[in-house]
Design a protein around this ligand. Structure first.
Ligand code: GLP
Length: 244
């Protein structure tokens, strides 16, 4: 396990460019990279930057495989709150990624079986080359809510009040946020060969500090990133990182 590379940038524009450089380098080195892609607000600029580079023929991504990071449960297929829909609009379509290269989390049928099959398929493909992650207000990664240990698999979870409140910003009101979700497991994320964690804004400062400098444990799932055997790059803006 190498020491994390912590890159502090001025603002979200720079965060997006620097993150795009890291992602582009992984894809250049591994054109068939298996990638987990977060939704949420923080990586949106990164995805727009990648799409702009693709339009300028600076990168091409026809060979990558995408694994869904998290999804709400209990939604109709085309519900506006679908995180898959969000990933489609922000990442898959702008980058021209074909459906057959996308591995979705299960949202119906026997979910335990579906989650186990998702993990088996990911493992059979060699695991993740890259995980692009945001940081939840309680230190969650995907929807790995505290407490989540490092060996937890892909599974169904209950969302915590803190996460419901934070996700209310996306959909208008806490009442609009589903109460249950499915998340890729900590085990699958932590074994990625490269992980990029993005955090922006003052409201992430204290949880980012706990994740990077606090004690490592299930109460702050992101703290386990410091034990990943892969390469960890943390890209944060000054508002999230300033110690003052
Ligand atoms: C959400 C999602 C995560 C996301 C995180 C941070 O609850 N489940 O996948 O990375 O919280 O979101 P944001 O980037 O909007 O702050």
């Amino acid at each position: 396990m190498a020491a994390p590379r912590i890159l502090v940038v001025d603002d979200t524009d720079e965060l997006s460019r620097v993150a795009a450089d890291v992602v582009a380098a992984v894809i250049e080195a591994t054109p068939a990279a298996a990638i987990a892609v977060a939704t949420g607000r923080t990586p949106i600029g990164l995805y727009a930057e990648l799409a702009a580079r693709r339009r300028s023929n600076l990168i091409d991504v026809p060979g990558i495989a995408v694994y869904q990071l998290d999804e709400y449960l209990g939604l109709e297929p085309f519900d506006r709150r679908s995180l898959f829909g969000w990933m489609q609009q922000s990442f898959l379509e702008p980058l021209g990624i074909e459906d057959e290269r996308v591995n979705r989390l299960p949202v119906d049928g026997d979910l335990d079986d579906g989650c186990a099959a998702f993990d088996r398929e990911l493992e059979a493909g060699g695991g993740l080359d890259l995980a692009i992650l945001g940081l939840g207000p309680n230190g969650h990664l995907g929807f790995n809510e505290p407490p989540s240990g490092p060996d937890t698999p892909t599974r169904v979870v209950d969302l915590s009040p803190v996460t419901i409140e934070a996700n209310a910003r996306y959909w208008g009101d806490a009442a609009d946020v589903p109460r249950t979700a499915v998340t890729m497991g900590m085990a699958q994320l932590l074994s990625a060969r490269s992980i990029v964690l993005l955090a922006s804004g003052e409201e992430k400062r204290s949880i980012l500090h706990r994740a990077l400098e606090g004690s490592i444990g299930p109460e702050v799932p992101a703290s386990y990133l410091r034990e990943t055997p892969g390469e960890l790059t943390v890209i944060v803006d000054r508002a999230a990182r300033s110690q003052g």
